[in-house]
Design a protein around this ligand. Structure first.
Ligand code: HEM
Length: 129
């Protein structure tokens, strides 16, 4: 006879201490995917200022780039995009049945490469701050 287990509510975010590498990969992929969608709207809003003329557009960009918080958010955006792309490619390989035995390691590799690229980008994004 099949055994059943009471695993509690999966929606209970307080259970994050029980998360395995795979669960963190899932959470981070969702988070980064939706951050990218959110950024897309922001990006279009900023680009749309061009309809108000070149001066407004240039002024908007210069005003934003003058803010340290915007420069830091740009580093964060790069990290989010790089992780989503690397983990996304990893997931596509998993879908093809490739690397099934190495899922934790490839997830950690995605994190390490993302961290390295984000750190390497700091001099560029924070130049002149
Ligand atoms: C080379 C670029 C990208 C790759 C390889 C990629 C890969 C993937 C993959 C494989 C999934 C499905 C994950 C699963 O099996 O559950 C996914 C989900 C998703 N991606 Fe991407 N993606 C890329 C770029 C983007 C961009 C640019 C955006 C947003 C503008 C985006 C937004 C999302 C969202 C919202 C999801 C669904 C997250 C959820 O499960 O709720 N992705 N991506």
């Amino acid at each position: 006879m099949a055994q059943t287990y009471d695993r509690g509510a999966v929606e209970d975010i307080g259970r994050w201490r029980e998360f395995s590498a795979g669960m963190w990969a899932w959470v981070l992929h969702k988070f980064t995917g939706w951050v990218l969608v959110g950024y897309l709207f922001t990006h279009i809003a900023v680009l749309s200022t061009a309809t108000g003329g070149a001066d407004l557009y240039t002024g908007t960009l210069q005003g934003l780039e003058a803010l340290v918080v915007v420069r830091l958010l740009e580093v964060g955006l790069l990290a989010v995009a790089v992780f989503h792309i690397l983990n996304g490619i990893r997931l596509l390989f998993v879908d093809l049945g490739l690397g099934l035995e190495r899922q934790d390691q490839t997830f950690y590799a995605s994190l390490v490469v993302t961290g390295a690229i984000a750190v390497a980008s700091v001099p560029t994004f924070l130049a002149g701050v």
